[in-house]
Design a protein around this ligand. Structure first.
Ligand code: SF4
Length: 430
């Protein structure tokens, strides 16, 4: 993974294109000093490490006590981008012990991690728009850019203020930015497959305007969106209804009668791969049908390796040809985490799946407070079957890229506790 900005306080350094010249007063600070990182590692380990998860991993991911089996995904939890972002946030506090430190939105989508940072005095700033809080910043302040990145307008504002900027944007997100900038340079409209209200997608959309800010983009999320877009490409769409549907999610001045001549697809790094591939096929076929070839169609699969690995690991867990099927699946992570949401979507296709934020959601194995993807709200399940302690059960556990091991551990401990297995019994397993 590229690591273009890990040790600089410079806003959008490396390939990141701030549209305004860097102010002279901007300070460069290396927060990745060995002495700092040694302290950070110790603290991060203390906060997020789990000996039980490590033990389970060492046992091949499966542990049976009595008639209860926990099956843990081979790949789960913190990805490299998230680990790096958290390390840098902790390092920032150490390098700037007495200065005001701010963070654009959330460092990652996990409530427990964000609470830790808040407890360290790191204050969250709005991420959807440049609120007045940004006018109150001064050159002595420190601002952390989260792993998702931030729109160019935010980076420009930080440049104007001249404050210290610790940019934790993941290298995989930057790869998407490079791609959409290239599209803009070549007059190709970016079709961004992602959530229009997600930090990463907003940041990517701003780069799709290109260096000269004359590029165009449209953000789509579902296959239904893609079908509507394809109809338009094929001359079957209605302009008014098209713009009513997508007007809020495209670049200023976007004209569907002009800007679909040349299109390029890019996706938010954490999308569901099968859906992204379907969507790419639909758009490719529409261009082929319209033009007779695919010269005006471009694509670059930008799902990150960590997202892909976690999705693949879940498919392996679900493979009943290789092992006994799981009875329930617990997907642990923040409800606003895109990659975790997709794990829950994959799970619920096959078995009772509960998307929970932490162990407290498990009031009992019959009643689990979990996030309902359809209604976008927490609900309490009433799930009386298979949970009698007399019956064997296989409980699957996986977690999104922003979920720390200590939260996974407490989930496993709680699930076992609900099956009458104590922490002591768990600890006794070698
Ligand atoms: S999920 Fe992927 S893109 Fe996001 S921080 Fe992790 S590695 Fe980077």
């Amino acid at each position: 993974m590229s690591d273009p900005v890990s040790s600089s306080s410079t806003p959008s350094s490396g390939s990141e294109a701030s549209q305004k010249p860097a102010p002279a007063k901007r300070k460069r600070v290396n927060v990745r000093r060995p002495d700092v990182m040694a302290l950070v590692q110790a603290e991060v380990e203390k906060h997020y490490r789990s000996s039980i998860v490590e033990k389970l991993r060492a046992k091949g991911g499966e542990l049976t006590i009595g008639n209860t089996t926990i099956r843990l995904a081979k790949q789960f939890g913190f990805c490299y981008g998230v680990e790096r972002a958290i390390d840098l946030a902790y390092a920032t506090r150490k390098v700037f012990p007495d200065q005001r430190i701010f963070l654009i939105g959330e460092i990652i989508h996990n409530p427990d991690v964000n609470t830790q940072l808040r407890d360290m005095g790191i204050v969250s700033l709005p991420w959807k728009e440049l609120g007045k809080e940004y006018d109150d910043l001064n050159a002595e302040d420190v601002v952390i850019v989260p792993a998702f990145g931030a729109p160019t307008s935010f980076m420009d504002k930080l440049g104007e203020v001249g404050c210290h900027v610790i940019d934790t944007t993941c290298g995989d997100v930057m790869k998407v930015w490079r791609r959409v900038r290239d599209y803009a340079k070549n007059s190709v409209t970016s079709i961004i497959h992602g959530k229009a209200d997600h930090e990463e997608t907003l940041a990517t959309a701003s780069r799709a305007l290109g260096t000269n800010k004359d590029g165009h983009y449209i953000i789509i999320l579902t296959i239904a969106d893609a079908n509507m877009l394809c109809d338009y490409i094929l001359g079957k769409g209605d302009r008014e209804s098209f713009m009513a549907q997508f007007g809020a999610n495209c670049s200023d001045g976007f004209d569907p009668d002009i800007h679909f001549d040349r299109v390029g697809v890019a996706n938010q790094t954490t999308m569901l791969q099968s859906e992204t591939e379907n969507l790419q096929d639909l758009i490719r076929n529409a261009v082929q049908e319209r033009d007779g070839d695919t010269e005006n169609y471009h694509v670059f699969d930008t799902i990150c390796g960590a997202t892909q690995e976690r999705q693949n690991a879940l498919f392996t867990m679900l493979d009943t040809e290789k092992q006994k099927p799981m009875d329930i699946l617990l997907v642990v992570g923040g409800y606003n985490s895109s990659n975790t949401t997709h794990l829950a979507e994959i799970g619920q296709e096959s078995l009772p799946t509960f998307f929970i934020s932490n162990a407290k959601c498990m009031e009992s194995l019959e009643q689990i407070i979990h996030y309902d993807l359809e209604n976008k709200a927490e609900v309490t399940s009433d799930y009386p079957s298979i949970v009698s302690q007399d019956q064997p059960i296989i409980i699957g556990v996986t977690a999104g890229a922003s979920c720390p091991n200590n939260i996974i551990e407490s989930t496993i401990v709680r699930a076992l506790e609900l099956r009458g297995i104590t922490q002591e019994e768990l600890a006794a397993i070698s």
